[in-house]
Design a protein around this ligand. Structure first.
Ligand SMILES: Cc1cc2nc3c(=O)[nH]c(=O)nc-3n(C[C@H](O)[C@H](O)[C@H](O)COP(=O)(O)OP(=O)(O)OC[C@H]3O[C@@H](n4cnc5c(N)ncnc54)[C@H](O)[C@@H]3O)c2cc1C
Length: 456
């Protein structure tokens, strides 16, 4: 169904700058491109959707938007969990999903990637050349590299191998006024000028639109062993995490509590022990006796069961169960997804506090997390048709972020601020840093057209 309230001047200007096949005015298609996976965030109604084919079209859209003062909401594949790519009323949604160039310079171990390439496609292309792109958000099969860059995505192997920004050598970014600039380059070392590329990585589409990236690749890691440990208390599992991380460098260290395991078992029965309060999954590719040291550390913190496998497929199956946890819990109700991070020694306090908050607010809060990073996703789950339950869930959501801040942590470790955590950013950063943040924003986007109404 076409929309009819888009101003003629805007339509004419867009038609002058982009191919007919890039401009979408169908209301249903626009609606589908107006939301991400933060289902509690109510989207606004865009005036137009542009699915740009190249950098020139992105530039054209931003020139038009700047001239006419129309907001632009950049968008990848809409798997974000914070509402970052949610449309606002009267905006142009600018999708980079069709910018899909991909080439690999194996000798330099560098990939040149369009933002529309999915994370898994880059991994596969690198693997075909005997190389590895490590950042591995659980959504790696469905999210785009553009979204990964704009949120500085993390994932499972980050505890050993780092997050997206650690692999960014350079980017091409289109500024609010339509100029395209290249930041960084192909060299491993480069200290020429400010490291501006890092300003854009994690900026959630508020400073510019990323149209290409030069990403560093690595040789693949050695085959991994996986250690599975169950615990009769969530806090014991948290203590085991602190002990493991103090002693070894796991390549992944993931946690699921009983409620999360139950949600996964309901969708894909795999024999997870639902009598256990929590499950830890540790991966090690260091060889030697690291798997045994992880097992011993878990036993030392009261694990009720510990096993290890050197079978890579079996280990991947277990990690797959962990990756499924968010969609499985989403089947139980509306979910406000936390993304709190705390310093590793404070993990047991965070987990104990989340349990208390769930009881106090009479709200289900299954917990999963990239435990080795101190990054947890308490999944505040509720019935959105029940206004009282919704209010309790909102209070629990706030309380968990306040707890993380009290423990010296962050309100978001990897999903970004988006809309969901906007109110909490100032509590973490303070007024002076917020002022600095707004001044950076004004310097790069003086008319405030890029992703307004989010957090800056
Ligand atoms: C089941 C599930 C599991 C997940 N697990 C993880 C995880 O383990 N780790 C993790 O970090 N995230 C995870 N996520 C969240 C999400 O997949 C990531 O945030 C991902 O990076 C978003 O990519 P996207 O292409 O979907 O971007 P979108 O959701 O479309 O956009 C995300 C943000 O990036 C901006 N943006 C997108 N493309 C561009 C561009 N080209 N230029 C400028 N700004 C842009 C948008 O404006 C928005 O602010 C998970 C999501 C799901 C659904």
């Amino acid at each position: 169904m076409p929309v009819d309230d888009t101003p003629a001047e805007l339509l004419t200007a867009l038609r002058g700058g982009v191919r007919a096949s890039s401009l979408v005015m169908d209301a249903d298609v626009m609606a589908a491109h107006s939301v991400d996976r933060a289902t509690s965030v109510v989207p606004g109604r865009p005036l137009a959707l542009v699915r740009a084919h190249d950098t020139e079209e992105v530039q054209a859209v931003l020139r038009v938007a700047s001239r006419l003062g129309v907001p632009v909401v950049p968008r990848g594949l809409g798997t974000g969990l914070s509402g970052g790519s949610t449309a606002i009323d009267g905006c142009i949604v600018l999708s980079t999903e069709r910018l899909r160039s991909l080439s690999i310079d194996a000798a330099a171990m560098v990939a040149t990637v369009g933002p529309g390439i999915r994370n898994v496609e880059l991994k596969d292309a690198a693997a075909a050349q005997g190389l590895w792109y490590p950042p591995d958000p659980s959504s790696f099969e469905i999210c785009s590299i553009g979204g990964n860059l704009a949120t500085n995505a993390g994932g499972l192997c980050c505890v050993k191998y780092g997050v997206t920004t650690d692999y960014v050598l350079g980017i091409e970014v289109v500024l609010a006024d339509g100029r395209a600039v290249r930041l960084g380059g192909r060299t491993i070392k480069d200290v020429a000028g400010y490291d501006l590329k890092r300003l854009f990585v994690g900026s959630e589409g508020t400073l510019g639109v990323i149209t290409e990236a030069l990403l560093r690749l690595r040789p693949p890691p050695p085959p991994a062993s996986t250690v599975v440990a169950t615990f009769s208390s969530l806090v014991d599992a948290g203590r085991a995490v602190t002990r493991v991380v103090a002693e070894v460098r796991p390549a992944a260290l993931e946690l699921m509590d009983r409620a999360a395991m139950t949600a996964v078992e309901q969708v894909k029965p795999m024999g997870l022990d639902l009598d256990a309060a929590a499950l830890l999954l540790a991966r090690t590719d260091a060889g030697g006796n690291e798997a045994d040291r992880i097992a011993t550390a878990c036993e030392g913190e009261g694990a009720t069961y510990v096993a290890r496998t050197d079978d890579v497929d079996e280990g991947e199956l277990l990690m797959g169960a962990r990756r499924m946890a968010i969609p499985c819990v989403e089947r139980l109700g509306t979910v406000l997804i936390e993304d709190v991070g705390v310093p590793v020694p404070r993990i047991p306090e965070l987990l104990a506090g989340v349990e208390v908050i769930a009881v106090q607010h009479r709200t289900a809060v299954p917990v999963i997390g990239h435990a080795g990073d101190g990054n947890f996703h308490p999944l505040v789950t509720f019935d959105a048709t029940d206004s009282e339950a919704t209010a309790r869930a909102a209070a629990a959501f706030d309380a968990i972020m306040e707890l993380a801040l009290d423990l010296g942590g962050t309100v978001t470790g990897e999903h970004g601020i988006g809309v969901l955590k906007a109110r909490h950013l100032v509590s973490q950063l303070g007024e002076d840093v917020m002022d600095l943040t707004r001044r950076v924003k004004r310097a790069l986007d003086p008319d405030g057209i890029l992703n307004p109404g989010k957090w800056v």
